[in-house]
Design a protein around this ligand. Structure first.
Ligand code: FES
Length: 105
C-alpha cells in the first residue's frame, strides 16, 4: 500500500470532479458531500476522461461525456451501455486537507 498525495481538498469542491495523475495512472477524484472517491479517469468504453463527465452525487455515479456510459464510483461497476467493463477504483483518504490515493494496486 502506498498512499500518495494527488491534490488538496480545496481543488475538489463538493459535487466536482478533478482529473490527476499518480503512479503513471490517470485518476479521477470526486467529492460527494465531503467524501472523496478515487477511480480510473479512463472510460472503459473508449478511454475518454471521466473527469470531463458528470457526477451525480445522489446516485454516486459518473456519466461519461462521450457516449453516456455510467459507472458506480464506489465499486467501478459499469451501469449501462456502451460500457460493459468496470473501471478501477482506488483507496483514497483525506488528511490535513490533502487527498491521498493508493494507485499501486
Ligand atoms: S468513451 Fe465513455 S462512453 Fe464511450
Amino acid at each position: 500500500m502506498a498512499f500518495v498525495k494527488v491534490a488538496s481538498l480545496a481543488e475538489v469542491p463538493e459535487g466536482e470532479l478533478l482529473g490527476v495523475e499518480s503512479e503513471g495512472k490517470r485518476i479521477c477524484l470526486a467529492n460527494v458531500d465531503g467524501e472523496v472517491y478515487a477511480f480510473s479517469d479512463v472510460c472503459s468504453h473508449r478511454d475518454f476522461p471521466l473527469s470531463n463527465g458528470e457526477l451525480d452525487t445522489d446516485e454516486c455515479t459518473v456519466t461519461c461525456e462521450w457516449h453516456g456510459a455510467q459507472f458506480d464510483i464506489r465499486s467501478g461497476e459499469a451501469l449501462c451501455l456502451p460500457a460493459t467493463r468496470p473501471i478501477a477504483v482506488y483507496p483514497c483518504r483525506v488528511e490535513n486537507g490533502e487527498i491521498h490515493v493508493d494507485a499501486s494496486g
